[in-house]
Design a protein around this ligand. Structure first.
Ligand code: UDP
Length: 362
């Protein structure tokens, strides 16, 4: 969003970005909704639904809803659509998560809001639901010129390694992710331990704890306990906005892992591939669109499968390099922000155009 908004402005689309507010109770509920919509078992109570409705009502009164097209991202603010009957305009719900196997209770609660929108946008056909409103399928993207992805000098990369106490004398395997169960950081450590039995290497787990993610402190504590005082495991708590540091850590990596159990699109994968890194990732959510197995990276299953793929790449640097270079080209053609902007502009044009088309692949 921080890149998309100014680029839309430069293209002549007057764009504003509003953010909803919530307290801890609301974020506890929305995190449970997030997990449940990803298909994880969660205990959701009537009180949770009431908390969601109360915060939604307050945000609907307070948030600035500007423009001819109101683009609402994800389930947390989905209920702002209550204002549609009053202010009119075109409303688009942009869903970033995989809704293919949601918990029915939560989906039945969210769905009546979704149906009030003019259009829904999903990241992939397989993420979407059968809905009576029109759907657009638009892949996410990365901005190659952002701090997260731009080229960095070797001296800057080295300074970030020094800052975090990561030596350069052995291969670095990295996962960048929020500390979240669905990113399976403990599973990454277990896979690393299997690799480390035979090969000298080190693991970097870099992530933050998000304000809207009340589980992250608990997950981070479990990760730290599992890592113990193994000198080859670096658990880094990276503050929000450390884009250059994340970029540097990705660039310093020999291999990038994304061992998610569930995933939305998984932008970290495109970020790593753009840096021509060999990637080992689970075949969940949007990852298989980015990692074409044995061509732009390796798709792995489970702890042993991840360890096996990591060993294969550590033992075959030429193969690893080839995968990374293919990955970069794959991202260049499919997942850069220029393509994403074009898709959004087409979507905006299409909003005023009524047709019998129910699903539009952009
Ligand atoms: N990220 C970050 N700092 C962190 C952890 C993640 O900047 O400590 C970034 C990461 O580089 C990526 C985004 O947050 O750009 C995460 O997107 P992704 O789709 O991979 O996962 P999500 O967190 O949305 O489930």
């Amino acid at each position: 969003m921080s890149r998309m908004v100014p680029l839309l402005e430069q293209l002549g689309v007057d764009t504003r970005w509003s953010v909803i507010k919530g307290n801890d109770d609301f974020f506890q509920v929305t995190k449970k909704f997030h997990n449940a919509l990803h298909g994880r078992q969660e205990k959701i109570t009537e009180h949770d639904f009431a908390v969601f409705m109360e915060t939604t009502k307050r945000n609907a009164e307070e948030v600035e809803l500007y423009g001819d097209i109101i683009f609402i991202h994800d389930p947390q603010p989905v209920g702002l659509v209550a204002r549609k009957h009053e202010i009119g305009k075109k409303w688009v719900w942009r869903c970033h998560i995989d809704l293919s196997h949601p918990d029915e209770k939560v989906w039945n609660f969210i769905q009546p809001f979704v149906l009030q929108y003019d259009e829904a946008v999903f990241s992939a056909p397989s993420f979407s639901r059968e809905l009576p409103i029109r759907q657009f399928l638009i892949r996410p993207s990365i901005d190659p010129l952002s701090d997260k992805n731009k080229e960095l000098s070797q001296s800057l990369i080295d300074s970030v390694l020094t800052k975090y106490g990561i030596p350069k004398d052995k291969p670095i395997i990295t996962q960048v992710s929020r500390f979240d169960y669905l990113k399976d950081p403990v599973g990454v450590i277990q896979a690393f331990e299997l690799v480390r039995r035979n090969m000298d290497c080190q693991l970097v787990l870099a992530g933050g704890t998000a304000t809207d993610d009340p589980e992250s402190d608990k997950v981070l504590a479990e990760v730290r306990e599992r890592a113990g005082n193994n000198p080859d495991i670096h658990v880094l708590l990276v503050p929000p906005g450390s884009d250059i540091e994340i970029n540097a850590l990705q660039r310093a990596s020999t291999i990038v892992v994304q061992k998610s159990l569930r995933e939305g699109f998984g932008l970290t994968v495109s970020e790593a591939l753009w840096k021509a890194k060999p990637v080992v990732a689970s075949a969940v959510g949007g990852i298989p669109f980015q990692v074409k197995n044995k061509f732009t990276g390796l798709l792995s299953h489970g702890i042993e499968g991840t360890a096996y793929a990591l060993k294969q790449l550590l033992a075959n640097p030429g193969y690893a390099r080839w995968l990374g270079e293919n990955g970069r080209e794959h991202v260049r053609y499919n997942f850069l922000i220029t393509r994403h902007l074009r898709d959004y502009l087409l979507l905006f044009l299409f909003l005023d155009y009524s047709s019998d088309v129910d699903v539009m692949y952009l």
